[in-house]
Each structure stands twice: as C-alpha cells, then as structure tokens.
Ligand binder design. Structure first.
Ligand SMILES: [Zn+2]
Length: 117
C-alpha cells in the first residue's frame, strides 16, 4: 500500500490489509444502513405536515444508502504508516470502506491518501 501526499512524496505501509467482504457481510451492512433510514421514515410518519416531505425522503435514502453500502466490496485496515512529509509514525486501527482513503497526519496536519499497489 502506497501513502501519497500530493507533492510527489510517497512511503510504503507494509502491514495494511485489504479484506474482501462476503455477499452475506455486504447484505448485512446494506440492510443495517437501509433499515435505519426505513425506521426513520416510519417514525417521521407521525410528524404533522412535515411527513409529506420526510417519509418519501427517508424511503429514498434507505434504498439509495442501502444499495451504496451493499456495493462496497472491501475493507481496508491501515494499522501503521509513516507520514511522507514529516516521517511521523502514525498508528491507527480504523477500518475504511471507500477508496481513496484519506487521513490527516496528526503531527503536521498534511492530507495523506492511500493507493493500491
Ligand atoms: Zn506528518
């Protein structure tokens, strides 16, 4: 995994892993996200006047966001990388589900992103 900073500098992250999700895991993520907005649509049904806007909006959002979550095929785990600008060793355990992955260096606040090799 390459770490880039937009100024042509790059470093390598050796212990980053890309985990492919199974169909069932993707289905669960999509259902969880879509279901949350579906519940909001049901709750907003009881809000006077605003329910004319809220219910269709949440229903559309439940479908769109559920499908969007379902289409995410991989999880990237970046555990350790070196900042390309200041060389600071950054530790993180946050999983990322979208490319490109963007992070800020906590030491120099420069924007960094990761690229597949
Ligand atoms: Zn830095």
């Amino acid at each position: 995994m390459k770490t880039l900073d937009g100024k042509g500098r790059e470093s390598r992250s050796e212990d980053s892993t890309v985990e492919s999700l199974t169909f069932f895991q993707r289905f669960l993520q999509g259902t969880r996200t879509g279901g949350l907005f579906f519940l909001l649509a049901i709750v907003s049904f009881f809000v006077p006047i605003l329910h004319f806007v809220l219910v269709p909006s949440f229903l559309i959002a439940s479908l769109a966001l559920g499908i969007q979550e379902f289409r995410k095929m991989q999880i990237l785990h970046v555990r350790h990388f070196d900042c390309t600008s200041c060389g600071h060793a950054v530790e993180t355990d946050k999983p990322f589900r979208e490319w490109p992955v963007r992070l800020k260096c906590p030491a120099c606040q420069i924007d960094l992103w990761f690229e597949k090799e």
